[in-house]
Design a protein around this ligand. Structure first.
Ligand code: NAD
Length: 520
C-alpha cells in the first residue's frame, strides 16, 4: 500500500520548488481507505503551471472503479450512520489536528499543481480547515425540535443523513472546496465520493490519507478521478442521493439539471463577476490596496476575485494609482520568495485571458497596464500573465460580459451611487460585491439595494466564515441558491428531516367506534 499519493508528495518529503520531478508517479484512486492504481486506459497529464513539466498523470477512473467506489460508500453507510455522533466528532477532531500538522505539505501540493503562491495556498487550506473545525461543534448544531402539541402528544424532529453523497470540485481551491463538503457530509453521518479537479487532485489525495489516519472507516470517504465521464456517472448513479458542485456555469448548469432530473439534491456554486463600487469619500489608500490585492491575488482565479471596479464620480482619476500598485506586484513561480502572483492554470487559460484583453483593446477600452508577455526569468515556459488593468470599459464589451478568471481588472466609470447600483444589478452574476466608502448611510443603502449575495463594506472579498454560509446569488448559483454551502444550510443540505408525532394517552381509550374525520 503506497504511502505516496501523488508523484509529488509523501508525509516525509514534499516539493518546495518547481524543479522537474524525475519520475512522475500516477495519481491513484482512493477506495476503502486504500490507494489503488487505476486500470484506466485514458490518462490526463497534469503539468506544473509554472514550468509545464509533468507532475503526475490522473486516471479517467474506469466504470468498474466508479461502481466499486459507490458500492464501498453504500456498504459503509449503515455502520457509519449508526456510529455515535460523539465518536464521529472525535474523528473530526483528529482530522482537524492532522490537517494543521500537514498544512505546509497540503499547501505545497497546491502550489505545485495549481500554481498559486505558497502563502496563498496556505490560506486555501485554512479556509477549508475552518469548515472542518466548525463541524466539530456538530453536537449542538444537529439538535432537532420538540413541541408538546397537546396533552399526551408531542412532535419532535430529527435530522438524518441521506446516504451516499458526492462532491465535484473545481481547480481553483484544491483543498478548500473538498473541505466545504467532506466535514459536514461525514459528521452528519453520510458517506461521500469526492471527484477532485483533474487538474489538481493532489491536495485531496493528501486529505484522504489524513482522513484514514484520523480514523474515518473504509468507504466513508472515497476518491475517484476523471472529467465529464466521471461526472455523468455521479449524476446518473441511483445510489448517490446528493451532489455538491463548484465550478463554471457551463458545467454547473448541466450538472444541476441532470442531477435534479434524476431526483438528487444539488447544491451548485458557479461563476462570477464581482464588482467594487468606489466612492469619493472612501479611505483611498485602503481602497486601492484592497482592490489591487483582491483583483490580482491568486492570479485572479478566485470566484470572489474583485475583477470589476465601478469608479463613482471623481474616483475615475484614481485608476492610474491602482495600476501603479498592480505594477508593483511580483509575478513569479509560487514557491519563490516574494511572489505575489503565480501562473494561471493552463496554456489554454492563458490564451483565453490574453484574447479577452485583446478584445478590450479592439473594442476601444484603454489598456492601462498590459500583463501580456510577462515572463519571469526562471520560468520561461510557464503560463504567466502579469496584472492587467483595463480602463474606460463599457458594459457591452466582452471583457465585461465574460468572467475572465485571470489577473485582469476592468474599470467602468459612473457619476453617482445610483448608477453604480443599477450597473451592478444589471449584471447577471451575483456572487459578491464590495463598496468602499466612509459613509455608513451610503453603505447601508448599497447593502439594501444590491442584488449580489455577499457584500463587503470596505472588505474586498467578503467570503463568509463557516458559521455563516456561502450565499452567492443570481447566475452565480444554480437552482436559485436554495442550497448553499456550509453553515446551517450546509447541515440542512446533507440531512433529511424526520418529524415524529407521538401520543401516549395516560388513560385507556373507552370509545369502540373508529373516527374517520380529520380531527377538528
Ligand atoms: P469547471 O466547471 O471547468 O470544472 C469544475 C468541475 O466540473 C471539475 O471537476 C470538472 O472535471 C467538471 N467538469 C468540467 N467540465 C465539465 C463538463 N462539460 N461536464 C461535466 N463535468 C465537467 O470549473 P473550473 O475551471 O475548475 O473552476 C473555475 C470556475 O469555478 C470559475 O467559473 C469560478 O468562478 C467557479 N468557482 C465558483 C465558486 C463559487 O463558490 N461560486 C468557487 C470556486 C470556483
Amino acid at each position: 500500500k503506497p504511502a505516496t499519493t501523488t508523484a509529488a508528495s509523501s508525509a516525509d518529503s514534499y516539493p518546495t520548488s518547481h524543479d522537474q520531478i524525475q519520475s512522475p508517479a500516477n495519481t491513484q484512486n482512493f477506495l476503502d481507505s486504500e490507494f489503488v492504481e487505476s486500470k484506466a486506459t485514458q490518462w490526463i497529464d497534469l503539468y506544473d503551471p509554472a514550468t509545464n513539466n509533468l507532475v503526475t498523470r490522473v486516471p479517467q477512473s474506469t466504470d468498474a472503479e466508479l461502481k466499486a467506489a459507490v458500492e464501498s460508500a453504500q456498504k459503509a453507510f449503515p455502520k457509519w450512520r449508526n456510529t455515535s455522533l460523539l465518536a464521529r466528532q472525535q474523528i473530526m477532531f483528529k482530522f482537524v489536528a492532522l490537517i494543521r500538522e500537514h498544512w505546509d505539505r497540503l499547501a505545497a501540493s497546491i502550489t505545485l499543481e495549481q500554481g498559486k503562491t505558497f502563502a496563498d495556498a496556505k490560506g486555501d487550506v485554512l479556509r477549508g480547515l475552518q469548515v472542518a473545525e466548525t463541524a466539530c461543534g456538530i453536537t449542538t448544531q444537529l439538535t432537532g425540535e420538540v413541541l408538546e402539541v397537546a396533552k399526551d402528544m408531542e412532535t419532535r424532529s430529527y435530522r438524518e443523513p441521506l446516504g451516499v453523497v458526492a462532491a465535484i470540485c473545481p481547480f481553483n481551491f484544491p483543498a478548500m472546496i473538498p473541505l466545504w463538503s467532506i466535514p459536514i457530509a461525514t459528521i452528519t453521518g453520510n458517506t461521500i465520493l469526492v471527484k477532485p479537479s483533474e487538474r489538481d487532485p493532489g491536495a485531496m489525495m493528501i486529505l484522504a490519507e489524513l482522513a484514514t489516519k484520523a480514523g474515518f472507516p473504509p468507504g466513508v470517504i472515497n476518491v475517484i478521478h476523471g472529467s465529464a465521464k466521471t461526472v455523468d456517472f455521479i449524476l446518473d448513479e441511483p445510489l448517490i442521493k446528493a451532489v455538491s458542485f463548484v465550478g463554471s456555469n457551463k458545467a454547473g448548469e448541466y450538472i444541476y439539471s441532470r442531477a435534479s432530473a434524476n431526483g438528487k439534491r444539488v447544491q451548485a456554486n458557479l461563476g462570477a463577476k464581482n464588482h467594487a463600487a468606489v466612492l469619493p469619500d472612501a479611505n483611498k489608500n485602503h481602497a486601492l490596496n484592497a482592490i489591487a490585492g483582491a483583483a490580482f491575488g491568486a492570479a485572479g482565479q478566485r470566484c470572489m476575485a474583485l475583477s470589476t471596479c465601478v469608479m463613482v464620480g471623481e474616483t475615475k482619476d484614481w485608476v492610474p494609482e491602482i495600476a501603479e500598485r498592480a505594477k508593483a506586484l511580483k509575478v513569479n513561480g509560487g514557491f519563490e520568495e516574494g511572489t505575489d502572483l503565480g501562473p494561471v492554470i493552463s496554456p489554454q487559460a492563458k490564451k483565453r485571458i490574453e484574447d479577452l484583453i485583446q478584445s478590450a483593446e479592439d473594442e476601444g477600452a484603454t489598456i492601462l497596464l498590459d500583463g501580456r508577455g510577462v515572463k519571469p526569468e526562471k520560468y520561461p515556459n510557464g503560463n504567466f500573465i502579469g496584472p492587467t488593468l483595463i480602463a474606460n470599459v463599457q458594459p457591452h464589451m466582452k471583457c465585461y460580459t465574460e468572467e475572465i478568471f485571470g489577473p485582469v481588472l476592468v474599470c467602468l466609470n459612473v457619476s453617482t451611487i445610483d448608477e453604480a447600483i443599477d450597473l451592478i444589478n444589471a449584471n447577471p452574476y451575483g456572487n459578491g460585491t464590495a463598496i468602499f466608502t466612509r459613509s455608513g448611510s451610503t453603505a447601508q443603502r448599497f447593502t439594501h439595494d444590491i442584488e449580489a449575495g455577499q457584500v463587503g463594506i470596505n472588505v474586498p472579498i467578503p467570503v463568509p466564515l463557516p458559521m455563516f454560509s456561502f450565499t452567492g446569488n443570481k447566475k452565480s448559483v444554480a437552482g436559485g441558491g436554495a442550497n448553499t454551502f456550509y453553515g446551517k444550510p450546509g447541515i440542512q443540505f446533507y440531512t433529511q428531516t424526520k418529524t415524529v408525532t407521538s401520543l401516549w394517552r395516560s388513560e385507556d381509550a373507552v370509545a369502540t367506534k373508529a373516527s374517520v374525520n380529520m380531527p377538528t
